[in-house]
Design a binder for this molecule. Structure first.
Ligand SMILES: Cc1cc2nc3c(=O)[nH]c(=O)nc-3n(C[C@H](O)[C@H](O)[C@H](O)COP(=O)(O)OP(=O)(O)OC[C@H]3O[C@@H](n4cnc5c(N)ncnc54)[C@H](O)[C@@H]3O)c2cc1C
Length: 399
């Protein structure tokens, strides 16, 4: 008599074998989601140590996301691509919608790390560095059975083809091209297979400014606190730092672009308030520069900038000097190179990916994180998009 074969329960189905290449935030999130979906997961990492860039990102306070409302949050990706050479695609937007900041923050809390929102609206991990998070995250994955193979670069076509033959799916989470000693090798591997990879350009990077040596002697390494930078790309308030080659800092990362720019060095005051403050009588008879120093409340670096970049006739006239401080002209040169950039624009073209982030030309191979052609300012938007894309790729690779 024919007996119906019972439909296998999910747990008895052979699990999918997923290879994740890259142990940054995108790769680790892809591995986490694939493992949660029941896949057996192996993570391949080129370097001897895991998650190097996450560790670097955490070295000055681990800023994992931003607390902005979702549409405002997403606008950071949209406006960035409108002004730069990257592309903002619906798949990036949907990935962040599906895995927004609160989901990511809960995930980090679930690893046992306290998170808080700073005054700037940025989400931070309380211990302010990444090593603990990385350790808990990889530790959890290992205890869940995920295998890690460090010192295992996948950067040639035969190496990738071998993975494709041994695993049901492969998630590439190879990162961008910034803060590296040498250009990444994976773009030529994918290009050999016909995948279009856009050239990497530096993003979230300092710009050159021709500072005279006298200015650098006084101000190198010092902050210009609470200023507002305006360029054709927009206006952003924050702190800039004078460096050997120019200016670095959040306002530059948001709106820096070569050409004429202005710095408001006292942005909290209107022009009238500022001029009234400067004109307030003092007991001593001060030169305009001395008066600026005494009543202006400007940082040393701002004063050095004003002194050394202002022609003497302007410096000697209180009204002209006041106007200049209110809207200080500065010429921004080239962006600094990729090696010094926080992130890179460019990477795998969105056209090469389907809605699941799978490479159309390489069925079963998914991409995630900064290796795809998108861009965002600092402030947590980079790591957030990386983990969101990792979650999306990991989900599709394992189902
Ligand atoms: C100085 C600095 C500060 C930063 N600060 C912040 C911040 O405050 N907030 C924020 O949101 N973001 C910040 N970032 C950016 C953030 O670190 C990145 O956006 C994020 O790490 C990208 O994640 P990813 O997984 O896509 O790539 P990555 O983190 O770069 O990971 C890619 C991994 O793949 C490995 N790999 C590469 N090629 C191969 C190969 N062929 N085979 C095997 N493995 C390979 C790499 O070794 C690496 O471990 C900062 C970055 C830097 C450099």
């Amino acid at each position: 008599m024919h007996r119906a074969v019972p439909f296998p329960r999910w747990s008895t189905l052979p699990s999918k074998r997923v290879a994740v290449v890259g142990s940054g935030p995108a790769g680790l999130m892809a591995a986490s989601v694939a493992r949660t979906n029941g896949a057996s997961v192996t993570v391949f990492e080129r370097r001897a140590g895991l998650g190097r860039k996450l560790l670097i990102a955490g070295s000055s306070g681990l800023n994992i996301s931003h607390d902005a409302p979702i549409e405002e949050f997403l606008d950071h990706y949209r406006t960035r691509s409108a002004s730069r050479s990257s592309a903002c695609d619906d798949r990036l937007i949907s990935a962040v919608r599906e895995f927004p900041s609160h989901a990511w923050v809960e995930f980090v809390r679930g690893l046992g790390h306290e998170c808080f929102v700073g005054t700037s609206g940025r989400w931070f991990v309380r211990e302010m560095k990444a090593s603990g998070v990385l350790q808990s995250w990889t530790g959890k994955l290992k205890s869940d059975g995920v295998e890690f193979l460090a010192s295992h670069p996948i950067e040639s076509v035969p190496a990738l083809e071998e993975l494709r033959s041994r695993y049901d799916s492969v998630v590439l989470a190879l990162g961008g091209a910034s803060w590296e000693d040498s250009p990444p090798r994976w773009p030529s591997m994918l290009e050999e297979l016909g995948v279009l990879v856009g050239a990497f350009t530096p993003s979230n990077v300092g710009h050159e400014v021709a500072f005279p040596p006298e200015l650098l002697r006084e101000a190198e390494g010092k902050p210009i606190k609470n200023c507002t930078l305006t360029t054709p790309l927009g206006t952003k308030q924050g702190e800039l730092v004078v460096t050997r080659y120019g200016l670095e800092g959040t306002p530059m990362y948001f709106v820096g672009t070569p050409g004429e720019a202005t710095l408001a060095l006292k942005p909290e005051l209107s022009l009238d308030e500022w001029m009234a403050l400067l004109r307030r009588p003092t007991r001593e008879n001060l030169s305009p520069m001395r008066k600026l120093k005494k009543v202006g409340g400007l940082s040393d670096a701002a004063l050095a900038l004003i002194y050394h970049l202002t022609p003497a006739p302007v410096r000697d006239n209180l009204t002209s000097l006041g106007l200049r401080v209110h809207r200080f002209p500065i010429r921004l040169g080239s962006p600094r190179p990729l090696e010094e950039a926080i992130s890179s624009a460019g990477g795998v073209r969105w056209d090469e990916l389907d809605s699941r982030l799978m490479l159309r030309k390489l069925p079963g191979v998914y991409c995630a994180g900064e290796m795809i052609d998108w861009d965002a300012p600092t402030g947590g938007f980079l790591i957030q998009a990386s983990v969101a894309l990792g979650a999306k790729a990991g989900r599709h690779a394992s189902t």
